[in-house]
Design a binder for this molecule. Sequence first.
Ligand code: SAM
Ligand code: SF4
Length: 328
Amino acid sequence: MIDPFGRHITYLRVSVTDRCDLRCVYCMSEDMTFLPKAEVLSLEEMDRLCAAFIRLGTNKIRITGGEPLVRRDVMSLFRSLGSRIGAGLDELTTTTNGTQLARFAVDLRAAGVRRVNVSLDTLDAARFAAMTRWGKIEKTLDGIFAAKAAGLAVKINAVAMKGVNEHEFDSMIAWCGEHGFDLCLIETMPLGDIEGDRTDQYLPLSVVRSRIRKTWTLEETAYTTGGPARYFTVAQTGQRIGFITPMTHNFCESCNRVRLTCTGTLYMCLGQDDSADFRRVLRAGASDDELEAAIVAAIAHKPKGHDFIIDRARRQPSLARHMSVTGG
Ligand code: SAM
Ligand code: SF4
């Protein structure tokens, strides 16, 4: 699949649920209304769509959410997709808040998953509780170490928030180095109403990077996932550190991905509204050929780039949908 700007679309991110057991302040409001079940694709429908994407050249799938591991029986989807590794699919991964990883790490590994991204914004228990509104850090840490013990490579994702966790990154780099985890820092993006002013939260990672450089040596690397992250190697630890800077750096030229929501809407860009409704296509009884044709037609509408502007997000988010809808 090649889009109108010559980009090869090989990476599909699938949000399997909009629900979550946490309420991170930058992601959701405390009082979220979740979708009724009938609107959400069944795991079988998701599997069928993913299979069509794989036939069309998708070689990497990431399962996300909401919190993917709170969806009932989600392991059946992992197992089914995992059986396609080596038969079109190269990599199956997930992004999770880690609360359920202690339960599922071994099963994920058995299904073919080799790497997981776990969101952990702070190592401080009280701050963790505040940032997630009610989370317990021990659960996420137990999950992270269960993943490591199961042989999964772990990358820690941390959203950088002004005045909240901004002075913790040196200790997080050291902690990740000690345990063999990569770290990825993320700028807040203006997605969805969160009951607060996003300009209060926004911290440019250019500032964070200069601060980090006072303690750590960041070596340039050619490593890329085709996404928005720019990676360096921390010379002192040997681990990678990535910076996802959608607000300060335009990363769209190399974008290789599209996003499927749990209702079967395919978003061609995280920061734009262009979308295609695959639930309608699936539930109208489309054949595999028709499904593939609909995917190819959707990719032909992938926009050139996003339109995030933080000043505009002061009162209104750039996009009304929450990150938990498209899964980040
Ligand atoms: N629940 C899982 C988790 O937290 O890893 C998966 C879904 S979550 C929406 C995916 C990623 O998006 C997480 O790393 C989270 O920190 C990030 N995220 C959520 N809202 C964001 C926002 N407004 N700006 C930047 N990153 C955000
Ligand atoms: Fe849940 Fe992940 Fe959003 Fe936090 S970032 S509220 S864990 S979906």
